[in-house]
Design a protein around this ligand. Structure first.
Ligand SMILES: Cc1cc2nc3c(=O)[nH]c(=O)nc-3n(C[C@H](O)[C@H](O)[C@H](O)COP(=O)(O)O)c2cc1C
Length: 193
C-alpha cells in the first residue's frame, strides 16, 4: 500500500556566507530526499525573525511560514553553530516560535524524530551544542535521533564548490537521515491509495 511522502523540515545555519551548518543541513535534507521524503529548508534570512513575543499576533509572514511548516512536518532536522557554548540566538529564537503550537492537537514536536547537527570551531563547543539541542528537543516532546552529529568546522569539510568532501561526515549524515526515515516508516501507518 502507498505511503504518504513524509515532510522533513530543516531549520538551521547562520547568517555567515558559506555557513557550514547551513551546508550540512542541506546535505542532510538531500539524503532524506534520496530516501523518498520531501523537504523544506529554513536557513539564513528565512530565520531572521522578530524576537518571539508570547501572546502577540504573528506580524511576520516569515514567522508564519516557519510555524506552518513546523506544524506540517513529519520530522525535523536542526543544525546550529556553537555560539559561546550553546546554540545560536538565531536558532533559539526560531524554536521559540514553537510556542505557537503549544495548544495544537500535536503540540510542539510531539512524536517527531528530530535529527541534530552542531558545528563549532573546536570539539568542546560542538559537543555542548549537541547536548543543548537534545535538551531543547526533549522539552519540545520530540525524539532526538540516537546519532547526532558534532563537527569541528576548522577541519576541511567542503570543496571550493561547497560540496561535502569529508567522507566520514557524509556517512554520519546518511546514518542520521536513515534513522529518521526508519522511525517514520515504523511510526506512520500506510494510507489508502
Ligand atoms: C558569536 C560566536 C560565538 C562562537 N562561540 C563558539 C564557541 O563557544 N565554541 C566554539 O567551538 N566555536 C564558537 N564559535 C565558532 C562557530 O561555532 C563556528 O565557526 C561554526 O562553524 C559557525 O557556523 P557556520 O559555519 O554555520 O557559520 C563562535 C562563533 C561566533 C560567531
Amino acid at each position: 500500500m502507498a505511503r504518504k511522502q513524509p515532510l522533513i523540515v530543516g531549520i538551521g545555519g547562520t547568517l555567515a556566507q558559506n555557513s557550514s551548518t547551513a551546508r550540512l543541513l542541506k546535505h542532510a535534507l538531500d539524503k532524506c530526499e534520496e530516501a523518498g521524503a520531501q523537504t523544506r529548508l529554513f536557513t539564513a534570512n528565512a530565520l531572521e525573525l522578530p524576537f518571539y513575543a508570547p501572546g502577540r499576533e504573528l506580524a511576520s509572514s516569515a514567522a508564519s511560514t516557519l510555524v506552518a511548516a513546523m506544524r506540517e512536518a513529519d520530522a525535523i532536522i536542526l543544525s546550529s553553530p556553537g555560539y559561546h557554548g550553546s546554540i545560536s540566538g538565531l536558532i533559539k529564537n526560531a524554536l521559540d516560535y514553537t510556542e505557537e503550537m503549544a495548544e495544537d492537537s500535536r503540540p510542539y514536536f510531539d512524536g517527531l524524530p528530530v535529527g541534530l547537527i552542531a558545528a563549532g570551531s573546536g570539539w568542546q563547543g560542538a559537543n555542548t551544542t549537541v547536548a543543548a539541542l537534545r535538551s531543547i528537543v526533549h522539552a519540545l516532546r520530540g525524539w532526538p535521533t540516537p546519532l547526532a552529529i558534532a563537527l569541528n568546522s576548522r577541519q576541511p569539510l567542503f570543496d571550493a564548490e561547497g560540496q561535502l568532501v569529508a567522507t566520514q561526515v557524509d556517512e554520519q549524515i546518511r546514518a542520521m537521515a536513515g534513522q529518521i526515515t526508519h522511525f517514520l516508516e515504523r511510526a506512520r501507518p500506510p494510507v489508502a491509495a
